[in-house]
Design a binder for this molecule. Sequence first.
Ligand code: SF4
Ligand code: SF4
Length: 426
Amino acid sequence: MPSVYNWQLGRDMSFPYGNAPGGLQFAFVFNINRCIGCQTCTMACRSTWTFGRGQEHMWWNNVETKPFGGYPRFWDAKLLTMLEEANPGKQVWGKGGGGTDAPYGTFNGMTIFEAAEGYAGPAGPRRALGYIPTADEWAAPNIFEDHGRTLADALPSDARLPEHKVWFFYLARLCNHCTYPACLASCPRNAIYKRPEDGVVLIDQSRCNGYQKCVEACPYKKAIFRSTTGTSEKCVGCYPRLEGRDPLISPNGEPAETRCMTSCVGKIRLQGLVQVDDRGNWKPDATNPLYYLVRERQVALPLYPQFGTEPNGFYIPPRWVPRPYLEQMFGPGVQRSLEQYACPDRELLACLQLFRAAQQIIFRYEVIKGPKVAEVPVTMPDSSTKIQEIYNDTVIGYNKLDKECVRVTIKEPTFERDRMKHANSI
Ligand code: SF4
Ligand code: SF4
């Protein structure tokens, strides 16, 4: 099998095809600490793309309550178990990390592609380790919603928010438009392709024969079979919006964020396009807010990077959850991420204001410095207290045409209505 470089694993890995061509890549950052589990994102996607017959079980965007929830049920626990069985005791990360090419160190275990090599199941050889979920597993999209786990029976923890006797968190998920998509790699019809202009992964419905190899191979279970058409479908990245074809949001053809992103009530989401080179590595550009959060500060981490698809969805982990649970989910960068997020410095705090501030995609941002407005004590992950200095800086985002599309301040302005004019209003 050809070899490609996976920066999230810090090493080369085998993949049935070569590197994707460089260019723009769809990516997003979700701040789990802010998600309220309202499912507005889920319904925004549903009402746009999956309201038809045969799509009843298709939730291209879903929000599940971890640790017990999942859609389809047990999707991650099942695949982690399969990988452990394929490579017992060796699914581990090496020490080190922090460099540009290997920010989390090196993953020494097997990816889903490597674990599938030499393996022949009942249906013959396969390109990626995986399974097809049962009808029961697709039946309950929000099972275990708001169910927590008590700390008493939890994994050993150094989480430092003891007032929470029970923990859970909301994990919002959609297709990661992976750099090395397992769905694409496994399709015997070559029906799945990755668009060079934005890295969005699409299924050509005219080529798909419904073999469900993509359903089996996608580790995130985001390719889904539709019985009424006999084909598989998946998130399309709201590509008409990415192409700037919504005249209300993009009068001059500016790329806009997807429906699930722009509808987010909790302001947990920031989506964009980053530049990648022909090795799949991100080109340095600290003025792009996604590059800044993911590569420069490493405060947002990939979901199950050890699967090996190089997902382009990144998460700021929740502060109150036992570290071993977070590390198996987001890799070794968890502690570094939490230390920064607990007490963000001036520049990080400014960048975090861009979440859900604009509908158009922000390609570049800049910060205008303002006066100091507060000093706030914060509890750090090691239980120590730190004083956070807050400045009323102004953050400006620019769209693809390099025109200003958003301007926000750290201190949210308040407005008082004229009581004489609006006597009956509250
Ligand atoms: S998340 Fe799954 S469906 Fe989406 S690109 Fe990756 S492998 Fe394919
Ligand atoms: S809309 Fe935002 S806050 Fe609500 S569930 Fe979705 S991601 Fe979470």
